[in-house]
Write a protein that binds this ligand. Sequence first.
Ligand code: PHE
Length: 342
Amino acid sequence: LRDKYLTAISAASDESGLEELRLQAVGKKGEVSLKMRELGKMTPDERQVAGPKLNALKDEINSALAAKKEALADAALDARLAEEWLDVTLPGRTRGKGTVHPISQVTEEISAIFADLGFSVAEGPQIENDWYNFDALNIPPHHPARQEFDTFYMHRDADDERAPHVLRTHTSPVQIRAMEKTGAPIRVIAPGRVYRSDYDQTHTPMFHQIEGMAIGKDISMANLKWVLEEFFAAFFGIEGIKTRFRASHFPFTEPSAEVDIQCSWVDGQLRIGEGDGWMEVLGSGMMHPKVLQAGGVDPEEYQGFAFGMGIDRLAMLKYGIPDLRAFFDSDLRWLRHYGFNP
Ligand code: PHE
């Protein structure tokens, strides 16, 4: 019995064959187990001789099984290693990792600052019906301001009865949509893409604006100034940065102001928040009563301020990016240089 099993075990070629041998020998109904059961029928003298022998045999078989099992596992591992060999001297394959585009980064930064000031985010469509883009903002048909915008008009057949659509030329139509949606009082910003037919170092046909609007029972120009100064201080990280409000004109605000921030040029380098130069950064004003009305807000009861600024412009100023067009070239070297780690 001993020779039979020890030979078979050493010849076993896989784990399932080994398990079969285990059952045959020392399993419940295995040959060795059956012999052990017969011990009961033996005389004490016989048992004293046969018992220890059988126990020793059982131990021997069990340890042979365990040793063989380990040997088989080692062999299996060796085989796998031989097959899945790995050349550790091979150079690794690099995986391209993207960066956050400066526009996305700056939009996030701006939104976070205005969130702290109690503004939530509103949205509107980029293909806008011309009522929202113009009429509701007090720019009737034939108003000269329509020309100034270099508007992209959507193609229409001559017999198309629908209202004309445009690629929105500014984020101001979101003022109307937000008023319609929430009514007053309200405090929102609206970041997004806008379009104008224009192209040079500082103009691209698609760019980004962020609109701001606050309507309440006693909102004034002073609130506008405070909010904008808080914003610029936080955005540029410059406590007490000076702003200058210049009288201007927009059909949708009255009075209107263009806002400049303090800056200077030192050795051909722009320094924000220093010196006595000025850089124009946004348009703003008190919302025109007709605009409030168009949004369903009663101008007798409420006033509001609104402003609109170019996100791309702010990104260029904050991060020293020289050419606006590069924002939209998708040049990986540029993106790696100016992009942000996620
Ligand atoms: N919509 C204006 C523009 O695109 C900016 C603006 C927004 C001015 C809100 C006043 C109030 O130039």
